[in-house]
Design a protein around this ligand. Sequence first.
Ligand SMILES: *Cc1c(COP(=O)(O)O)cnc(C)c1O
Length: 368
Amino acid sequence: MIPLSKPIIGPEEKKEVNEVLESGILAQGSKVKELEEEFAKFCKTKYAIAVNSGTAAIHSALYAIGIKKGDEVITTPFTFVATANPIIMQGAKIIFADIKEDTFNIDPDDVQRKITEKTKAIITVDLYGQPADYESLKKIAKKHDLRIIEDACQAHGAELMGEKTGSLGDIGCFSLYATKNIMSGEGGLITTNNEEYAELCRRFRHHGQSERTRYEYCDLGYNYRMMDLQAAIALAQLKKINNFTQKRIENAQKLIEGLKDIKGLTLPQISPGVKHVFHQFTVRCDNKKIKREKLIAFLKEKGIGSGIYYPKPLHLHPHFKKFGYQEGDFPVSEKASKEVLSLPVHPLLSEKEIEEIIKTIKEFSRIK
Ligand SMILES: *Cc1c(COP(=O)(O)O)cnc(C)c1O
């Protein structure tokens, strides 16, 4: 079986975890601090704050920029639910904007159309490992005095014009969930150059206590703290991230080369100036020459895992439909959800396995 994703756990992770176990300090401590320092260096931001999930990171970021009841926050419906739920958690209103056909990322023109006097922020998603169009989005944000929260949960180490994700908006949010490009099982990181935002995130993860004055509650907060055990795993992973990324990019190049002549299959489009880190290698099936559900079944029969991210855009789920959205509101996202298919691209794939994937899809395109 060639799985769609697989966590990489080596002796380095085990050694780091053992150190924590032997120290007897399992909750937030020196490993979390070290991870924050190393991750800020990696993203070239002044601050990084560790939390216990990507969801907590996005929630904290919204709090830090002051999102509250009555505010509107614009985001994409073609994402994981954790991008959008924290907007509701802060009592604000979700306003969706459609995506671009080629990159699956939020369409700046549609963002522009959705702005009202209540709009306070945009949550961009660097979907599948490719940064959104920040050049256009930043212009819009500047013109309307909006903050940009970057959901980089799928894009650790990706770049736009040489700048790293996490530094492309006002605050960056990362997930360390088990299937992400680097992971700690569960976990999250926030990055920013803004000292006030950093302090507010630290407070928010710790029941509203300033870490300088314990048992002084400044505001509502949560227990969003990361364990040193998690930070230990993430630190070991961070040391290897450049190798992981390189391997993903090489695997993607091999897949692109091998699959490029198959009719009915659209390969990932990489925007100019972008370093795409291929959290997912996502193709489109036209459903005429290449029928997606049949291809999935064929791959499965041959022992190859695949996945659909995402089978339904957020606005078509009951949870979001109640805000008045309906079918046809975001046609580009809706079309994408019917066509996308993610193939294995993770760093543990062997040359032989990549050839197997290519061979199998070619075979399918001939016989159908
Ligand atoms: C994984 C992910 C998240 C949230 O991550 P958790 O760590 O599971 O809370 C948010 N947004 C996107 C796009 C993701 O892929």
